[in-house]
Design a protein around this ligand. Sequence first.
Ligand code: SF4
Ligand code: SF4
Length: 170
Amino acid sequence: MFDNGSFVPSSNIGRWQEANACLAKTIGNHGPALTHCRRQARQTRRLLESLFPLMEDLCRRTCPDCTDICCRRAWVWADFRDLLFFHLAGISVPERQLVSRQGDHCRYAGPAGCRLDRLQRPFVCTWYICPAQTRLLDNRPGEKRHLVSALEQIKTLRKQMEESFIRVVV
Ligand code: SF4
Ligand code: SF4
């Protein structure tokens, strides 16, 4: 269904839809057994949302003048943990995978920035703090500590959520 190998997983629209339908069905079939996973997904969502005001502020201060826009050169995609999170946390899944093949640029990178809601972006997009934003954060130590700690917690929760899910469905 979803391969985490060296090629882009579910890169064509048919595979993407198939992966999502299969995941939705599996989650539906295991209802109450996935309560713990849902809790982990909700906790992940709350942590992400706690970061968004800071990230919006950092973007407002840095992105408009940027001459090397990260989304136009990044080769990233949604992985299995991202999809699992979308489904368990009730987030609408993007219509397509971010890229189709090596060398592609993200299809959601628009002239005014990312066209996806922040919650719909793969975690790698939230996790990446560019050098200009890192410099700003160096002058805001309290917010930097919160950011670093929340990102670590999210990383751990995503891993635990996947492990719990696999224990239930396999
Ligand atoms: S996040 Fe950083 S690298 Fe990316 S567009 Fe904004 S300023 Fe540029
Ligand atoms: S999903 Fe959005 S933030 Fe992530 S690479 Fe694509 S345009 Fe950039």
